[in-house]
Design a protein around this ligand. Structure first.
Ligand code: 2P0
Length: 335
């Protein structure tokens, strides 16, 4: 099935009457049980479920309107050139929603995610874009439909339509109509994330290409679905019982297992830099000394610490230039 066939199904019986502009915010998210590997590359359908926590007030704010003579995109106040991969990908996505071929969009996005933190912004960007399109065209779609549309832009974006803990259920349908995110009922106000930037350079292999290579060539990938399934259950128990050690251990182990699948791919995907490894050893040493701090990593060298609010001072004392985020602190922002 193609993206445009899915869009057609979702927008059936929904009016498409653009107003002057649409705008919206969506939070970024970090997975505690990772999405790594697709069963359908066209529709970004995952091989496993995943579970994330949103980044509070940090994410993307997008404003969309109609313009003449071609699309016009701005990112963080700068015009985006049409020949960039960012513009090409966005333009192809917007093609799915143009009422006719000479309908053009002006899209302005501002990311409030600390840019130096090496966090992928495609998740919040595509979720905010879908929210803004929903506002602009007055579709009045529910969150399930919006999550599916966001997934067509970037898989992890389907989780950014909700705040807090979010599960992306993998689904089994060929159309992907059962592959969308759902929020978990529990909150955890004392949970803290610490962003540690190791490098802000663009990574040599994108997540999209990296997961494809891993599925195709990693001898360890066959163990991944079972690992995620177990970790997902552990994480849900940890969240329900507010068992921080279980949450931290599970998230760290899941991230390391994902990296193990990548390292075993060919050509190998080794996103770690020497400083990533130094930081991992430091985290393990601090834990041995009694500080309950864990980490997760995505497809890159940067490290995201997990700890509780009571340990904030000790953690920030240990890591220079750490950026602390409280995922459940989102006063002032609404979606
Ligand atoms: C995650 N990542 O669960 C995992 C962990 C990276 C490592 O979701 O091809 O940018 O757009 O569906 O969503 C990054 O993958 O990939 C990602 P596409 P996406 O957060």
């Amino acid at each position: 099935m193609t993206k445009s066939e899915v869009v057609k199904i979702i927008l059936e019986n929904h009016q498409s009457a653009p107003v002057a502009f649409g705008e919206a915010f969506a939070p970024a998210n970090i997975a505690l049980a990772k999405y790594w590997g697709k069963r359908d590359e066209e529709l970004n359908l995952p091989r496993t479920p995943s579970l994330s926590v949103s980044l509070g007030q940090y994410g993307s704010h997008t404003k969309i309107s109609q313009t003449d003579n071609g699309d016009f995109y701005m990112l963080n106040g700068q015009v985006v050139a049409a020949d960039t991969s960012f513009a090409r990908r966005l333009g192809l996505y917007l093609d799915l929603f143009r009422p006719d071929t000479d309908f053009f969009f002006r899209v302005e996005t501002v990311n409030s995610i600390p840019t130096a933190a090496g966090l992928a912004s495609s998740a919040s960007a595509y979720a905010a874009l879908v929210f803004a399109l929903n506002d602009f065209f007055q579709w009045r779609l529910d969150k399930t439909a919006l999550s599916i549309l966001a997934r067509l832009g970037s898989g992890s974006a389907c989780r950014s339509v909700y705040r807090g803990f979010v599960e992306w259920q993998a689904g089994t349908a060929e159309s992907g109509m059962d592959s969308f995110a759902l929020p978990l009922a529990h909150t955890w106000p004392d949970l803290c994330l610490g962003l540690i930037e190791i490098s802000s350079e663009e990574k040599p292999v994108s997540s999209r290409a990296g997961m494809k290579r891993t599925v195709q060539s990693s001898v360890l990938y066959k163990n991944w679905p079972e690992k995620v399934e177990k970790d997902l259950e552990r994480l849900k128990t940890a969240i329900e019982k507010k068992d921080f050690a279980l949450l931290g251990q599970t998230a760290e182990s899941n991230a390391l297992a994902m990296h193990a699948t990548m390292i075993a791919a060919w050509p190998p995907l080794l996103y770690w830099l020497p400083q990533s490894l130094e930081t991992i050893h430091k985290i393990h040493r601090l834990r041995d000394e009694g500080l309950p701090v864990f980490f997760t990593m995505d497809a890159g060298p940067n490290i995201k610490l997990l700890f509780e609010a009571k340990d904030k001072d000790d953690v920030s004392h240990q890591f220079e230039n750490i950026k602390i985020i409280q995922p459940f602190d989102w006063a002032g922002e609404k979606t």
